[in-house]
Design a protein around this ligand. Structure first.
Ligand SMILES: Nc1ncnc2c1ncn2[C@@H]1O[C@H](COP(=O)(O)OP(=O)(O)OP(=O)(O)O)[C@@H](O)[C@H]1O
Ligand SMILES: [Mg+2]
Length: 289
């Protein structure tokens, strides 16, 4: 099947991807070689990477105190699929998401996302990059309290210059897709936690970004609701890349790949597990370390 041929799917979440041009197999991004598209072990992964990080470090300095939040990260993530980012509190998970999503600049190293190098870009250009390329989902939902669900989902499209009718139409479609067709005019306080997070996911999809970054999206939800949110993210990841930070190993198991991080470095397995525990999903984590 052609990369942009989605005729056998036909849902809103799986419409042809406009980022396919930028990260298509024929046109690897500058600085990304064919070796970025395969794991370090035995078999080739026949897809290009949507993310390529080279020796990325992030150092925070507060007076005399220096924190190395990211320490020489090398990471490639293929187009499409769900990646779980797992590590203890303070290991650098949010720092890594912020650097990938251009919410923060690395102290050193190169970040290439969807074919675009973020290193030398102005703030204005990073803002437009974020708007078009990344959808964020947060633990605390971050919906605007005085806007209803429909308006919350319409907002990113307004920033992106989409006409009002088209914004409204797409927001309705997205909310219906996440099961909230009957809640369009509810304000966040009139929605359950799981419903608020579904609005936030619809909002993250508003501008049809190739990449969704979710930082502990189920941290404020009970386990059953959390599982539903993961299943929704997993479905979304059939058409784009979803990176999800989690402390919950059972949820990480739902991902296509797991990336472990400890003290700002990627590791091949969960080093916080007891020594006798078998490495969880080590096979799935290999291509990323
Ligand atoms: N703005 C900042 N200024 C100084 N230090 C920071 C800043 N942001 C993060 N850090 C430090 O960097 C390290 C990594 O933080 P980060 O937020 O990435 O961890 P995390 O893995 O997301 O943790 P958690 O699971 O608790 O959210 C921590 O030691 C933290 O204290
Ligand atoms: Mg965090």
């Amino acid at each position: 099947m052609n990369k942009t041929d989605t005729s056998d799917r036909g849902t809103l979440l799986t419409r042809p991807r406009n980022h396919a041009r930028a990260v298509g197999r024929e046109s690897l991004p500058a600085g990304v070689s064919a070796k970025d598209c395969r794991p370090t072990t035995t078999h080739y992964l026949a897809v290009p990477s949507v993310i390529a990080l080279r020796d990325v470090s992030k150092i925070y300095q507060r007076g005399a105190q220096v924190v190395k939040a990211l320490d020489g990260i090398n990471l490639t993530v293929p187009e499409r699929g769900m990646v779980a980012l797992v590590g203890a509190s303070g290991s650098g998970k949010s720092s890594l998401l912020h650097v990938i999503g251009a919410m923060d600049r690395p102290t050193a190293g190169e970040v290439i996302v969807a074919g675009q190098s973020l290193s030398a870009r102005s703030e204005a250009s990073l803002t437009s990059f974020r708007r078009q390329t990344v959808g964020f989902v947060f633990q605390s939902f971050n919906l605007i309290p005085n806007l209803d669900a429909l308006e919350n989902v319409m907002l990113p499209m307004e920033f992106n210059g989409v006409a009002r009718d088209a914004r409204r139409r797409r927001a309705k479609e997205l909310l219906s897709r996440v099961g909230l067709a009957q809640r369009l005019n509810h304000k966040p306080r009139e929605l359950s936690g799981g419903e608020q997070q579904r609005v936030a996911i619809a909002r993250a999809l508003a501008n049809d970004p190739p990449l969704i970054l979710a930082d502990e999206p189920t941290g404020n939800l009970d386990s059953k609701t959390g599982q539903m949110i993961y299943e929704l993210l997993k479905e979304i990841a059939t058409e784009r890349t979803v990176i999800v930070v989690t402390h919950a190993e059972p949820l990480a198991q739902l991902a296509d790949r797991i990336v472990y991080i400890k003290d700002g470095r990627l590791t091949s397995h969960d080093e916080s597990a007891a020594p006798h525990d078998p490495p969880l999903n080590q096979e799935r984590s290999k291509p990323y370390v």
